[in-house]
Design a protein around this ligand. Sequence first.
Ligand code: UT7
Length: 311
Amino acid sequence: MKGLRFVGTGRCVPEKVVTNDDLSRLVDTSDEWIRTRTGIARRHFSQGETAVELCTAAARIALERAGIAPSEIGVCVVATCTPDCASPSNACLVQAALGLPEDIPCFDLAAGCTGFVYGLETVRGLLTVSGKKYALLIGCEQLSRVLDMTDRSTCVLFGDGAGAAVLALEERMWYAWLGSRGNRDVLWLNGPGPETTHLHMDGPGVYRFAVEALPACARTLLAGSGLALEDIRWIVPHQANRRIIETAAKRLNCPIDRFYQNMERYGNTSAASVPIALDEMAEQGLLQPGDRVMAIAFGAGLTWGGALFEW
Ligand code: UT7
């Protein structure tokens, strides 16, 4: 089976930090409510940085850590629902900024917060048919641009950022599963582009979906790969809400300390949340070669899915 190896990762978040207390000066909320209901303490909001700049900065770090030249990249995908403009894609603009080759596909992929996981399986397929070795996959969002800063039920949840990975197609363990349940009612965003209207969400509706989708996806990955939960060193879930992750852990009967969590520092960065988490984990030495990792996510679409791989 040909799978993906993470050769290098990187991340970039905007400089500006927005705390829960900052938001409680804008809407009727409190640090206590946000922390206890979501696990979020702060997030980064863009102030002048473009999404392409965040993508490019994260990608440069990933390439440098991988020791791979831009000329070796065989496909570039940016998972995002908040690109700088509808066209050209963020991926094409990253291609221009990094000097990626011209004989490769570059495009954006919209699968909500599941975008990076969708991207993994997409680049794996494209590398398989092209015979090229390396992919550049980026998850990036600037949700601050589309938040209604008068709506306390959404504006406290999200943050901006980008996470990137250089991936190599190799003979190695890999199992992925992707799903979708077309639905416009619980989470939607018109756009894309700067004129995009606000993000709308039925929070409890997404919550109910997530606590069903995450454990179901994890079980599907385990059944399909023939592995047991004990074989998995880390579960890296989409970082939307601590209570969603705790409920998923309980339903799977899995110790919570095997779930990596960093929503406290970033909020929900949608398609960027899984690659930012992986990059932090790699930086902290939490991921060792051979560790089995399960990345699982859910989001607008509704979409959900996961990938099981060896670090
Ligand atoms: O990446 C995928 C995208 N989205 C998600 O993953 C979101 C999934 N959903 C959630 O994380 C949770 O549903 C929320 C965090 C959005 C909301 O938490 P909840 O426990 O489901 O709260 P709720 O929506 O049921 O609201 C409970 C109360 C309401 O007040 P009343 O009607 O009980 O008086 C809300 O108006 O909390 C109120 N509320 C707030 N209070 C203070 C809602 N937002 C806030 C707020 N501060 N920011």
